[in-house]
Write a protein that binds this ligand. Structure first.
Ligand SMILES: NC(=O)c1ccc[n+]([C@@H]2O[C@H](COP(=O)([O-])OP(=O)(O)OC[C@H]3O[C@@H](n4cnc5c(N)ncnc54)[C@H](O)[C@@H]3O)[C@@H](O)[C@H]2O)c1
Length: 147
């Protein structure tokens, strides 16, 4: 049986936690297997710059997961920027690159939603809206790209 060892790039705003996890994962799976990058997915410039740095180091992306998400009904614009705009941004960054690799057939994009994306959570209407958005965006794009 083959064991495929993939390298992992992690992106998060929490630098302390990211650095710590990088050390732990590299101890467990071998040095240079995991690399942490600090960036805010709600910032077009930061996300795009770090994505380019990741490409420069790894050159190939097999799996791209948009996972960052918050629940903050008070700062609702921030919640939309991270949970929905961040997912759209990350998806297009990954898709643009994946179209060019493996003769245009290469890659998987995973967008993390929630049960709140399938039925309303009355206590968190903005969070619910963003997760409905993630589900709708992902489904529409999957149909369009024929996945
Ligand atoms: N925990 C649950 O019960 C649950 C249920 C359904 C869906 N989800 C979804 O799963 C995902 C992960 O949630 P979790 O529970 O592990 O939360 P978590 O808070 O443990 O992890 C979210 C991570 O996103 C990072 N993050 C926040 N804002 C960011 C930004 N602007 N840019 C980059 N990184 C940022 C945080 O620093 C954190 O490391 C979210 O999308 C969440 O909505 C969680």
């Amino acid at each position: 049986m083959h064991t495929y060892k993939k390298k992992v790039a992690m992106l998060d705003v929490n630098e302390a936690a990211g650095q710590e996890l990088q050390v732990q994962l590299n101890q467990q799976y071998g040095s240079e297997q995991t690399q942490f990058y600090k960036a805010d997915v709600s910032s077009d410039q930061q996300f795009t710059d770090v994505f380019q740095k990741i490409l420069n180091k790894f050159s190939h992306i097999d799996i791209f997961c948009n996972n960052a998400g918050i629940v903050d009904e008070k700062n609702w614009e921030k919640t939309v920027s991270i949970n929905l705009s961040g997912v759209v941004r990350g998806t297009y960054l990954a898709l643009d690159h994946m179209k060019k690799q493996n003769s245009g057939n290469g890659g998987v994009i995973i967008n993390v939603a929630s049960l709140a994306g399938l039925g309303p959570f009355p206590s968190v209407p903005v969070y619910t809206a963003t997760k409905y958005g993630v589900v709708g965006f992902t489904r529409a794009l999957a149909v369009r790209t024929g996945v």
